[in-house]
Ligand binder design. Sequence first.
Ligand code: COA
Length: 158
Amino acid sequence: MYRIIQECAEDHAEVEALYDTCFAPGREALSSYRLRDGVPPVAGLCRVARDDLDIVAGAVRFWPVRVAQAEALLLGPIAVHPTRQGEGLGALLMEEGLQAAVQARWSRVLLVGDAPYYARFGFARLDAVRMPPPTNPARVLGWGSWDGLAGAVTRWGG
Ligand SMILES: CC(C)(COP(=O)(O)OP(=O)(O)OC[C@H]1O[C@@H](n2cnc3c(N)ncnc32)[C@H](O)[C@@H]1OP(=O)(O)O)[C@@H](O)C(=O)NCCC(=O)NCCS
C-alpha cells in the first residue's frame, strides 16, 4: 500500500535521490531544467508516494512556465523506483497530480515524454508549442486547454 502525500521540505533529499536513481546521470543538464532554474516548483501540487515502511517509492513535481503569454504547468520529473514500477504507481501519481492541478485552477499541463505512456492520461502531441532545444518535438505533449496556443515555452518570470 502507498500513501500519496503533498511533497514538503523534509521530503526533498529523498525525492532527489529517487530521481538520481531513476534518470541517467546529468539529468539536470536537460534543456527542460533551464525552465526550472531559479523557479520554485508549485509546492501544493508536488506529490510523493511512500510505502508502509515510509520509504519513498515515487514522486512527481510541477513547475509553472509560460507559453506565449499564457500560464501552463510543466509536469515532471515523474519517477517510480525501479523495484516498484509496473504496479500502477506512476498512474496514481499522474492522476493525483492532475486532479490537484485542476483543483488549483490550472487549465493546461505539458511535459516531455513518451506519448505511448502519457496518452492514457489524455496527453497529446503539441505541434505548435516549442520546448527549449534540443527537445524532440514528438515528445512535447499537452493536456487540458491548448487550442490556439502556439510558441516557445519560457521560464516563469523570466
Ligand atoms: C514512467 C514511470 C514513471 C511509470 O511508472 P510505473 O509506476 O511503472 O507506471 P504504471 O505502473 O502506472 O504503468 C505501467 C505501464 O506503463 C508502461 N510504460 C512505462 N513506461 C513507459 C514508456 N516510457 N513508454 C510506454 N509505456 C510505458 C509499462 O510498460 C506498463 O504497461 P502495461 O500497463 O501495459 O503493463 C516509471 O517507469 C519511471 O519512473 N521510469 C523512469 C523515469 C522516467 O522515465 N520518467 C518519465 C520521464 S518522462
